[in-house]
Design a protein. Structure first.
Length: 422
């Protein structure tokens, strides 16, 4: 079996995902995807006619984010017409899955050069996410209410699920705010020290003017006192129906967990940020890289996918991490750095507690609470981030995982390398 190597990773800064406030919110999503694809091609002197495929992730594939962004963004980026593209949806986990699928194509010998990545413009969901966080207004629909499915696997809203898990697991608001405080503090330090500079590329408009060249969402200087003063957001939403004529989000949880009296912990301070962004990674075989004079930065060690309870939705990262470690023949102590997406503070808190990890190995440059979570792109961003950090610290192994709607989690282990494996 061939090895799959990460040659390069590029991403946009994350812009606030709100029209009229975010620097990227007025742009077409193809433009963001094309920006990172151009960067990958230019930085590696890539002959795009040799790109076998572009595997892309976008969760909200409606409107301007529909129509196979992987292919259309490649054309927008000036890639050769022979470079095909496909776009997938694994909700929040798609950005890891694109890299896993690209690696599988290369490791199987079916392809030699594949670009993986994702795009999500949260600003394209007018008012939906903002209303959800505020706990007011009509809840957004992720799809039509399926009464038959809900009888078997009731599925609530993510924030309500986060609060339900925190209630069941006995986390306190202070513990969850500490996750958020650590995220903001680590992100501020990473930005100040330029730890993202290797991957972050500026977004330009068609005239060549810089639209955004730095992270827009972080709130440096955030304190525990400020976090503690912010209200929880999902109490009102919990009492709203998931769709017309459907049970409330709280009732959906209680259908499966009738004894849980959901307490509310999560709000704008300890939940992931609503942002726009895109990311891409170049993966190749050893033969392709050597032929084209490319140097590997990391090797794909193992990938895995895991499902868990769809009603609680957010609990699959721990079993996914255990599964990918078993596939790799490794233990948790073999991993030098972890990236667990901070969809909600409880996801990271439970991950660290259940796996008995040291926080010094986890999300060392902050996470989505501080930096934002552009759904379909986040997994690819995190893989690029962990490769950069393994290089900076001269460490060897990194593990990335994240929860996804429907009660799923993909996971991946990468190894920093300076040369090809014999």
């Amino acid at each position: 079996m061939s090895e799959a190597y990460i040659i390069d990773a590029a991403r946009t800064p994350r812009g606030i995902g709100k029209v009229g406030k975010g620097a990227l919110a007025h742009m077409h999503p193809q433009h963001l995807a094309a920006a990172v694809l151009k960067a990958i091609a230019e930085r590696n002197a890539l002959d795009t006619s040799t790109v076998d495929d572009i595997i892309w992730s976008t969760s909200n594939q409606r409107g301007t984010q529909g129509g196979d962004l992987g292919r259309m963004a490649a054309l927008d980026a000036g890639y050769d017409i022979s470079a095909s593209g496909v776009t997938i949806d694994r909700f929040c986990g798609g950005g890891i899955s694109t890299v896993s699928l690209a690696a599988a194509q290369i490791m199987s010998g079916m392809e030699d050069c594949v670009i993986a990545g994702g795009t999500e413009m949260m600003s394209l969901r007018p008012g939906q996410i903002q209303k959800e966080i505020a706990g007011g207004g009509k809840p957004p629909k992720m799809g039509s209410y399926n009464e038959r499915l809900e009888k078997v696997h009731p599925q609530s809203q993510q924030g309500v699920c986060g609060d339900a898990i925190a209630t069941i697991e006995g986390f306190t608001r202070e513990e969850l705010d500490m996750v958020a405080y650590r995220s903001q503090t680590n992100a501020a330090k990473a930005i100040e020290e330029g730890r993202f500079d290797k991957s972050v590329i500026p977004v330009l408009d068609d005239a060549g003017n810089v639209v955004l060249d730095k992270e827009e969402f972080p709130r440096p200087g955030t304190t525990m006192e400020v976090l503690g003063s912010l209200p929880a957001s999902f109490e009102k939403l919990a009492d709203m129906p998931s769709d017309e004529g459907a049970p409330t989000f709280k009732e959906l949880v209680n259908q499966r967990y009738p004894d849980v009296d959901i307490q509310h912990f999560h709000g704008p301070g300890n939940s992931s940020g609503v942002v726009d962004g895109a990311a891409a990674l170049l993966l190749t075989s050893k033969a392709y890289a050597q032929k084209h004079g490319l140097k590997p930065r990391a090797r794909i060690v193992a990938t895995a996918n895991m499902g868990d309870c769809p009603t609680l939705m957010l609990n699959a990262p721990v079993p996914a991490a255990r599964k990918v470690l078993e596939k790799a023949g490794m233990t948790k102590d073999d991993i030098d750095l972890y990236e667990i997406n901070e969809a909600f503070a409880v996801v990271a808190a439970k991950f660290v507690r259940d796996l008995e990890l040291d926080w010094s190995k986890v999300n060392v440059n902050g996470g989505s609470i501080a930096l934002g979570h552009p759904i379909g792109a986040t997994g690819s961003i995190l893989i690029g981030t962990i490769v950069d950090e393994l290089e900076r610290q001269n460490k060897r192994y990194g593990l990335v995982t994240m929860c996804a709607a429907g009660g799923m989690a993909p996971a991946i282990i990468v190894e920093r390398v300076d040369d090809f494996v014999d």
